[in-house]
Every structure is written in C-alpha cells, then in structure tokens.
Design a protein around this ligand. Structure first.
Ligand code: DAH
Length: 352
C-alpha cells in the first residue's frame, strides 16, 4: 500500500493541464479523481482502516501527505486558470477601446480644397502642371514685357538657361514657377474653348522669410474662356466665390490694377470679415481686405496660346492660399504654416 501511495504522489506531482481543452473542467476532473467522495484518496482511507495496526502510523502519515499534495495541486491549477483567463480577456479583440488620435489636414489643404470645391460647384475642373517651368509659360506667353521685373533674379529662382526662339532674347530660362498663371497657358495650348479650369498649386519666389512673406507659398488660379465672356461674368463669379468662402453677408469691391496678362485688370477687396467693415487692425482701419487679382484675359495671351481672340474672350483670377487661410482663421504669422508645430496644426483637428 505504501508504494501505491508514493506512486500516486509522484503521479500528482507530474500532472499538468493543457490549454487546448477547457481548463476549469480539467481541474475539476483532477479534483474528483483524487479528492472526490469516491475518489482515490477516500478509497485509500477505507483500505487504511483494514491495514495491520503496526503499519498504521506510517501509512497514515503518507496518506495525509498524499491528501495535502492533491489539495495543493488543485489550488495551483485554480490559480493558473485564473491568471490565464485574465490575459485571455485583455487579448479579446472585440472589447471596446480608445481610438488612437487621428491626424488632421493642414489648414492650407483645407482652404485649397474649399476653394476647389466652391469653383467645382459652378463647373470649374482642376488643372495641374509642373512646378519647374520655362520662360515661355511663366512670362512670355503671358505678355510680360522683356524688361519686366518678374523676370529678374531678384524675384525668380532660375534653374538653367536654354535657347528658345519664341522668347525676346532667344534664351529660354527654366525657373521654379513664380505663379500658377503658367497653368493657364499650358491648358489653353492643349484645349479648345469652352475652358473652365482652376489650378491650385505651389509657387516659389526669391523673398526673405518673414511673418508676411515666404519663398514658398500656394496659389489658386482660375480661367474661363468661351464666346462672349464679359467682365460681368467675372464680377458675378467673384461675388459668388466671396459669399461662399467668407459668408453670405460679404461685400466686394474692385479696384483698377495692372497685370501683363489681363486687360482690364483689377484687384478685389472683400468687406473685413473680422470687424464687419467697421475698421480693425486686420483691415488696417479700412474695413476692406484685398484678396485677389483678376481681369479679362489679354487678347495677346489668347493668341500666344493658339486661341482666336476675335471669337473668344475670357477672364482669369489668381489668389494666395496662405492669405485666404490667414483671413479665414485669423493666423498672424505665415511661418506657422511651414513649421509643423503640432500645437498649431492640432487646432484644425475638427475641420475637414
Ligand atoms: N499671377 C498673379 C500673381 O502671382 C495673380 C493673378 C492676378 C492671376 C491676376 C490672374 C490674374 O489670373 O488675372 O500675383
């Protein structure tokens, strides 16, 4: 009997539970097998009663030891099952959890998308072309005179010189585009009127960086060419845009101006959306904010691009995206757009 009990002790010590089958059930089976009413230990106690009295002392001791070992094993298994069920719960992929923070769109993208959207609603589609541009598309086709200051190193980042018979000097200069008006030329060269495009994009100018100027910024250009396009079409389009962008109470005014590629040319102001036109430090007390340049496409430009200026007319306009975003969100320093400071960017979290 003694050997039998010792064998049971060794068996118990070697018993493990697997994690394939129900663990709680395995523990219960083990408990019933050894410690149940009709289990091994209870049967051994019955046998013990009939054992010779000189062996009882020794047998009693190892029988108690067997019982302790079995009870300890049950405890040990129970703890193990509990621990494993804890980890199983934390790995439950269906449990609700906090979402990690989402990024937000850059305010310039927000404004650029909004402008694109507003013009999209009246039939303007997006056109794009490269940021590296030649003299013809940047200046010559746009009616810039040969001595215009924009052709100067002071304003333009030149990349290289090539020869081109179409330019006044015969030299073709390659530069980072200084405005998105170059997209007008590329579109007109390759398509027939009616043309109704908007060109959002990055532009480059050789300027010292400050709160109000940067060497990289963004513009949106719009162009409409068809038969019988008039200044009234331009004005109505501008009014629609201003009200959509800055609110229905927005007023506008046009001031005469000059651009080589438009005739007549104008600059557009809107009533200050911060003071409502009363005068504040944003509008410098005038009640008006300048927002864009525009005009009727100069017939010379149409002709340079292969469009018959006797049959067709058009209007164009161009605006700075940084300035639009500054006015819309009252941003005071242009450099904030380029620093990628999360304290700045996260303020636009809930703007789509
Ligand atoms: N290209 C001009 C600039 O960069 C902006 C501009 C003015 C575009 C008048 C136009 C326009 O299309 O008609 O300052």
């Amino acid at each position: 009997m003694k050997e039998k009990i010792q064998q049971y002790i060794r068996d118990i010590q070697e018993t493990t539970i697997d994690n394939i089958h129900d663990q709680a059930a395995q523990v219960e089976m083990f408990r019933v097998k050894y410690l149940g009413k009709k289990g091994i230990i209870s049967q051994l106690f019955d046998e013990f009663k009939a054992a010779p009295s000189d062996q009882k002392r020794e047998l009693g001791q190892i029988l108690n030891q067997l019982k302790n070992v079995a009870q300890q094993k049950v405890e040990e298994f129970k703890n193990l099952v509990e621990q494993q069920s804890d980890t199983a719960v934390s790995a439950d992929l269906t449990r609700p959890t906090d979402f990690s923070a989402l990024g937000s769109r850059h305010p310039l993208s927000v404004v650029m998308n909004e402008i694109t959207d507003i013009f999209g609603r009246i039939g303007f589609t997006v056109a794009e072309s490269g940021e590296i541009e030649d003299d013809w598309h940047l200046f010559s086709a746009l009616n810039f005179p040969p001595d215009h200051p924009a052709r100067d190193m002071q304003d333009t980042f030149f990349v290289q010189k090539e020869t081109d018979p179409r330019t006044p000097s015969g030299a073709q200069e390659i530069a980072l585009r200084t405005h998105t008006s170059s997209v007008q030329v590329r579109v007109m060269e390759h398509s027939k009127p009616p043309i109704r495009i908007i060109a959002p994009g990055r532009v480059f100018r050789n300027e010292a960086i400050s709160a109000r100027a940067h060497c990289i910024f963004h513009q949106v250009e719009a162009l409409y060419v068809d038969r019988h396009v008039t200044f009234a079409d331009l004005k109505q389009t501008l009014l629609y845009f201003a009200k959509e962008m800055f609110g229905s109470q927005t007023k506008m005014r046009l001031r005469p101006s000059y651009f080589p590629f438009t005739e007549p040319s104008a600059e557009m102001d809107i009533s200050c959306n911060i003071c409502g036109g009363k005068g504040c430090n944003i509008c410098k007390g005038t009640g008006w904010l300048e927002i864009l340049g525009c005009g009727m496409v100069d017939p010379n430009v149409l002709e340079s691009c292969g469009i018959d200026s006797k049959q067709y007319s058009g209007f164009a306009l161009g605006m700075g995206v940084e300035r639009m975003a500054m006015l819309k969100y009252q941003i005071r320093d242009l450099r904030l757009y380029f620093e990628n400071d999360l304290r700045f960017l996260s303020q636009f979290d809930n703007i789509i």
